[in-house]
Write a protein that binds this ligand. Structure first.
Ligand SMILES: [Zn+2]
Length: 42
């Protein structure tokens, strides 16, 4: 099961911040669609 989840995330395109458009390496869904930098700015 874990392997399938890893595969799923691997196939996802790079996540981009909706604020600055910067690609995010992190895959944590709890971030929403905003990168750390933008989160801290606000
Ligand atoms: Zn950002």
């Amino acid at each position: 099961m874990l392997e399938k989840v890893t595969e799923f995330f691997r196939n996802l395109p790079a996540k981009k911040c909706i604020e600055c458009g910067k690609e995010m390496e992190e895959q944590h869904e709890c971030y929403g669609n905003v990168c750390n930098e933008c989160l801290h700015v606000k």
